[in-house]
Design a protein around this ligand. Structure first.
Ligand SMILES: C[S@@+](CC[C@H](N)C(=O)[O-])C[C@H]1O[C@@H](n2cnc3c(N)ncnc32)[C@H](O)[C@@H]1O
Length: 190
């Protein structure tokens, strides 16, 4: 069984490329981000959390939909880029924060897990998901989107979504599968 991806992996990627996954330039990412944001059922969210925000490309699309948005990552150079990209959005806070151990204390009505859940092993992702449950209340939305191609990550995108789907307080509202990625939205029902 694989263990969670070593955090040095991310530091090494950003050491050799500003945008290791081409988030800012890829047509694939642009379409996937647009679908992600368009899937959100509410026009606005009061308080959203996007762990693993990278350089903030998705964050910038989420920002106009949120009264307040906390975007976090573990790589300072990625956070520097995100901070710059989001400098005009006074409702966005970009912070160094590792999940699950530095999960914020706030309550959120939207949590966005975009291309981040499959870096955790099953036990660590369950830990993350306990925090998701603790920091949401009835009516909150959790959206997840992950690549479905072959990787050496601990979980596949489908595995990660299946683990989220096990949370009994979440009801799946949207399940969208393509060859390349899976996108799910859940609503907190209890
Ligand atoms: C593939 S990128 C996804 C970026 C962004 N969510 C998106 O979809 O555009 C994954 C990001 O998660 C960050 N990350 C990895 N493990 C993390 C952790 N434990 N806590 C916070 N961020 C983490 C990495 O540094 C990286 O920037």
């Amino acid at each position: 069984m694989k263990i969670s991806t070593d955090r040095q992996y991310f530091h090494k990627l950003y050491a050799v490329a500003d945008d290791p996954w081409s988030f800012a330039s890829s047509a694939y990412e642009r379409r996937k981000y647009a679908l992600t944001v368009d899937t959100l059922p509410r026009v606005r969210y009061l308080s959203a959390f996007e762990p693993g925000c990278s350089i903030g490309v998705l964050t910038e699309l989420l920002a106009p939909r949120c009264d307040s948005l906390l975007a976090t990552d573990i790589v300072p150079s990625a956070l520097d880029q995100a901070t710059k990209r989001l400098e005009d959005y006074k409702n966005v806070l970009v912070e160094y924060r590792a999940i699950p151990e530095s999960w914020p204390d706030e309550t959120f009505d939207l949590i966005v897990l975009s291309e981040v859940a499959y870096y955790f092993d099953t036990s660590s992702l369950r830990d993350v998901l306990e925090h998701v449950e603790r920091s949401t209340s009835q009516g909150a939305h959790v959206i997840a989107v992950h690549w479905r191609g072959e990787t050496d990550y601990p979980l596949t995108g489908d595995d990660a979504h299946a683990l989220i789907d096990e949370i009994r307080s979440l009801r799946n509202v949207v399940h969208h599968v393509e060859d390349a990625f899976v996108l799910d939205l859940w609503e907190r029902v209890t």
